[in-house]
Design a protein around this ligand. Structure first.
Ligand SMILES: NC(=O)c1ccc[n+]([C@@H]2O[C@H](COP(=O)([O-])OP(=O)(O)OC[C@H]3O[C@@H](n4cnc5c(N)ncnc54)[C@H](OP(=O)(O)O)[C@@H]3O)[C@@H](O)[C@H]2O)c1
Length: 251
């Protein structure tokens, strides 16, 4: 049984992956959707046609809950054709403003649970499989006022690139998706402490387009997928100009 596993499927980019995945990965038998909000997952399940859908309503920061996913793998023994790690959040503001719980929570979900999901899933992945990790353009350099989030996404980018090299021998492609701002519910949570800067509002991309490119890039074997000319240029600039100069300027 060939499956796709998508975390963060109740909203935004994860939800878009759920809608598009079986148009591109045409041999899928099932799609497994993971997030906390069960009603949202069930609504999405009802709207998806052409593939069997299983919903797994769990908190990815809860080790025991993630065990439920592991048990399902042991029970059904599927072949994971594609794993999409999309669950994640960030809170804008200065570190001294944001609660310790919120800062640690970002690291737990964006880094720790993504790593755990990957590790648990790997034994069920065969040749010509894909891991798609949602990083961010925030991964390209340190970001004052979004410090922990940017650092967590640098982790996702670095982890994904290294893992890609490790898994080459098994024919598994790992792609880090690094979009700039995208029009999703992300900002409802991100703005708990402070408002989004104006340029991030203007630059917001369409989630469907970001996901279409991400899937195409993953299928081409690309290690990084960056949507849009502005973010591609941003990536180049952050490679050329020393961060010591550019970080104070952006701040
Ligand atoms: N939107 C942007 O501007 C942007 C830009 C670059 C990168 N990204 C990244 O893209 C990814 C998706 O974000 P999005 O924009 O789609 O935001 P979103 O609409 O807020 O979606 C976040 C998803 O993560 C899930 N989630 C959050 N905490 C969870 C937990 N503890 N356990 C399980 N699932 C959890 C949420 O579902 P439940 O609440 O139902 O659990 C939701 O499905 C994130 O990694 C984000 O960092 C976003």
């Amino acid at each position: 049984m060939k499956i796709a596993v998508i975390t963060g499927a109740s909203s935004g980019l994860g939800r878009e992956f759920a809608k598009q995945i079986n148009q591109h990965f045409v041999t899928l038998d099932e799609v497994w959707l993971i997030a906390r909000r069960e009603e949202r997952l069930n609504e999405l399940k009802e709207s998806l046609h052409g593939v069997h859908v299983r919903t797994i309503p769990i908190d990815l920061c809860d080790r025991d809950a993630v065990g439920t996913y592991e048990e399902m793998l042991q029970k059904f023994h599927p072949q994971i054709r594609v794993l999409v790690n999309a669950a994640g959040y960030g809170k804008m503001g200065y570190v001294e403003q944001i609660s310790e719980e919120d800062l640690a929570g970002e690291i737990r979900l964006n880094c720790e649970s993504l790593t755990r999901m990957t590790k648990i899933s790997l034994p069920y992945m065969a040749k010509r499989s894909n891991i798609i990790n949602i990083a961010s353009s925030a991964a390209f350099m340190p970001q004052p006022n979004f410090a922990v989030y940017a650092a967590s996404k640098s982790y996702v980018l670095s982890f994904s690139r290294a893992l890609h090299q490790e898994l080459k021998k098994h024919g598994i492609v790992v792609t880090a998706v690094c979009p700039g701002p995208v029009n999703t519910e992300f900002f409802d949570i991100a703005e708990s402490y402070t408002k989004t800067k104006g340029y991030k509002v203007i630059l917001r991309a369409n989630a469907g387009k970001v996901v279409t490119l991400a899937i195409k890039d993953a299928m081409k074997g690309k290690t990084v997928s960056t949507y849009g000319v502005v973010m591609k240029a941003f990536r180049v600039v952050t490679k050329i100009i020393p961060h010591g100069l550019i970080v104070p300027f952006i701040h």
